[in-house]
Design a protein around this ligand. Structure first.
Ligand SMILES: C[S@@+](CC[C@H](N)C(=O)[O-])C[C@H]1O[C@@H](n2cnc3c(N)ncnc32)[C@H](O)[C@@H]1O
Length: 373
């Protein structure tokens, strides 16, 4: 069971990505979304000319694999323009994260050894922090660049369980309002923490899951909606007596997809939070990253069977969703949990194989450039 905390539901134990490098290997789309923000981080660092050293932080980095090329390219850019200042990079995630894989990757002991920037460039120091990003994590005024990708949709605690769906996108009006309130409080905590950490002129580049102007969000950009599929297969398990009602409800994702309006709220009005803490929102826009697995299938339809596409597609979904369903089954034996989880994803895979053109996991991000003034 998840821990209860003042009537709310603590989510820290169910958040981690699949470990041993599985996450970044199976999450190419997240990497593409990160790589496309290189111009924003390069521009941000070009403005930091006075400090004696550069300190970067990657908030919610998982195993570090998806952002490794971005950091490699940024550090190469810094060095190529003759800037030899010491560079410190701090990877942050929850204590349950697989930091061991992260450290191996950064030291060139895993895949993509050619991107191990710590070995290639001098005076570059890699650190990690296992405390959640809703709190201040480095000393005040010392951070040159804060970066976060696809992480801050995780809320610090669930305000309630969702009774008839697995995600807030399918919640009742009242449930959704509770999630929205929690997400706003969390966003304000995140902004306060980053405002404290950043040096004047430093920037926070945040590319976060959200809902765009057309109501689109992850896995819901036309055709089948991914979260509805999760819900349907989880409910089938309930209807077939495989899981209990309590287990069904416990699989509520601890996430909230904010809109542009929700992200912008602390920046609006004369007496807004951003003014009080010294932040300015320079840019905010939505961005769609096409599902690489679906694109590959579309481009190779003559040679790739639908079942093969389904086999490739499901792991990208499992890499971040599996722990949610597993945590909902706490109290059962490991073999029982494995069986339930395997049949759940197999049913989803069969659905994809039968109707591949209805399934994709396009990413919808809200991209922000926030400056410390
Ligand atoms: C979907 S992964 C994204 C990883 C990587 N940034 C990327 O874009 O591929 C989300 C990450 O955020 C982390 N996370 C969730 N809540 C967090 C919190 N409160 N503090 C720090 N990390 C958190 C999760 O553990 C996970 O590693």
């Amino acid at each position: 069971m998840v821990e209860k905390n003042e009537g709310k539901l603590n989510t820290q134990s169910e958040l981690s990505m699949k470990s041993a490098g599985y996450y970044s290997k199976k999450t190419i789309g997240a990497k593409f979304a990160i790589d496309s923000s290189l111009h924003l981080v390069v521009d941000a660092i070009s403005k930091i000319t006075k400090s004696k050293h550069l300190r970067f932080a990657d908030f919610g980095s998982a195993d570090g694999g998806t952002s490794q090329e971005l950091w490699y390219n940024l550090i190469r850019f810094v060095r190529m323009r003759g800037d030899q200042r010491p560079i410190e990079i701090i990877y942050t995630d929850l204590a349950s994260n697989d930091f061991s894989t992260l450290f191996k990757t950064m030291q060139g002991m895993g895949e993509n050894a050619d991107l191990a920037y710590q070995k290639e460039f001098k005076n570059v120091y890699v650190h990690a922090c296992g405390t959640g990003f809703h709190r201040q994590l480095v000393a005040s005024g010392t951070l040159s660049l804060a970066f976060s990708a696809t992480a801050m949709h995780y809320i610090s605690e669930k305000p309630c369980q969702i009774l008839n769906h697995v995600h807030m996108v399918g919640a009742s009006k009242l449930e959704r309002q509770k999630f929205e309130r929690q997400a706003l409080n969390d966003w304000e905590s995140i902004l306060r923490a980053r405002a404290n950490e950043l040096q004047p002129g430093g920037r926070f580049i945040c590319i976060n899951f959200g809902i765009d102007e057309n109501g689109r969000y992850l896995g819901n950009t036309g055709g089948n909606s991914m979260f509805d599929s999760f819900n349907r297969h989880w409910r089938n398990h309930l209807d077939n007596g495989i899981i209990t009602k309590e287990e069904f409800v416990s699989a509520t994702f601890p996430q909230h997809y904010r809109t542009i309006e929700e992200f912008s709220r602390p920046f609006l009005g004369h007496h807004c939070l951003a003014k009080e803490i010294g932040l300015k929102l320079n840019k905010i826009f939505t961005k769609l990253t096409k599902c690489p697995y679906r694109e590959q299938f579309e481009n190779n339809k003559e040679t790739v069977a639908p079942a093969e596409f389904a086999r490739e597609f499901i792991p990208t979904i499992r890499s971040w969703s599996e722990t949610i369903f597993r945590s909902a089954l706490t109290g059962r034996t490991d073999p029982q949990i494995d069986n339930i989880i395997e049949s759940f994803y197999t049913n989803y895979e069969n659905e994809v194989a039968q109707n591949p053109s209805e399934h994709s996991m396009d990413y919808i991000h809200i991209v922000m450039e926030i400056e410390r003034i």
